[in-house]
Design a protein around this ligand. Structure first.
Ligand code: BG6
Length: 301
């Protein structure tokens, strides 16, 4: 008898380009390899775990200590946070960053076009989600693995009432040494500093990481560039349909406190998250579809 993974591969595999495989923890994942790029997308959480355009080192960062199991988040890659961000406002016991990153998604389609291979995954409301959150929805994630990594997160409100939700493409990027990295594109933007009692501050110049950093930049729709002098590359993060950018690095103590994060791993990563969170939650009318897009490219320095 065929396993689920074999059946998915029969349905969605493209000879020499796309294969559905058992990834870490035996979780089903779509492996993409074209002349232009390689990538790996898990059905668990609709999670992009790898993306490497030709001639580059891996761009996404994943912890060696990550869990790879149903019901657990992945530490790294691109967690999809929905329908809330961080702790749930009215229930501190609810899972952080919502529940869709903990669940298996449905593989809907895999297509090959000039710009790359697009993997479409979805998840929708059911009796389990209604116990945690009342919204009726279909959430679709279209991931294109090509010279660019394009992720389009599309929410359709399938209920009869308007609803509001928060969302993030919580992308972990690999850097040579976060202490030597600069983020440009946020100059003059206001941010909520979660490391300083959520005070609102204004970004002066480029962002540099010199301590634990956890910031929500607000009212910003612009492109952020991660300048990595040691890898001699710039990672360019452009977006649509998003007014917040979160920048996060746990530094020393927080890394030690997290069971799924290696104590010494923090210099090798930075999160730059395309999102709509807090007061910028997205409001969507019944029947309406709204999308948020994150487009990542790499440029040699
Ligand atoms: C960031 C948040 O986006 O994610 C941080 O701003 C949080 O506050 C971090 O610590 C990691 O979250 P989690 O739930 O994956 O440990």
């Amino acid at each position: 008898m065929m396993s689920t993974i074999e059946m998915l591969n029969t349905k969605f595999g493209i000879a020499g380009v796309v294969q559905v495989v058992a990834g870490l923890g035996g979780l089903a994942a779509v492996r993409v390899e074209t002349g232009e790029a390689q990538g790996l997308v898990y059905l668990h959480g609709g999670h992009v775990a790898e993306w490497r355009p030709k001639g580059q080192d891996e761009v996404l960062w994943v912890s060696q200590k990550s869990y790879w199991a149903d019901g657990k988040p992945v530490r790294g890659g691109v967690p999809v946070c929905f329908p809330w961000f961080g702790p749930k406002a009215d229930d501190k016991a609810a899972p952080g960053h919502g529940f869709v990153r903990l669940m298996p998604w449905t593989l809907e389609a895999v297509t090959q076009e000039d710009e790359g291979v697009t993997v479409v995954l979805s998840t929708k409301s059911d009796d389990q989600t209604r116990k945690q959150w009342p919204g009726e929805y279909v959430l679709r994630h279209r991931v294109t693995i090509g010279r660019e990594l394009v992720m389009s997160l599309e929410l359709t409100n399938t209920g009869r009432e308007a609803m509001a939700y928060q969302e993030a493409l919580h992308t972990y990027f690999t850097v040579a040494d976060v202490k030597r990295v600069k983020l440009t594109g946020l100059e003059g933007v206001k941010y909520v500093d979660k490391m300083d009692g959520s005070k609102v501050k204004t970004q002066e110049g480029a962002v540099t990481i010199t301590a634990e950093t956890d910031r929500v930049y607000v009212g910003t729709t612009g492109t952020v560039t991660i300048e990595d002098p040691d890898k001699m590359r710039r990672i360019v993060v452009a977006k649509e349909g998003s007014t917040n950018t979160v920048v996060w690095n746990p530094w020393v103590a927080k890394s030690k406190a997290m069971a799924d994060f290696g104590d010494e791993e923090w210099p090798g990563m930075i999160c730059v998250e395309t999102c709509n969170v807090g007061a910028d939650a997205v409001k969507v009318a019944a029947g309406e579809t709204v999308k948020m897009v994150q487009r990542v490219g790499v440029v040699r320095m």
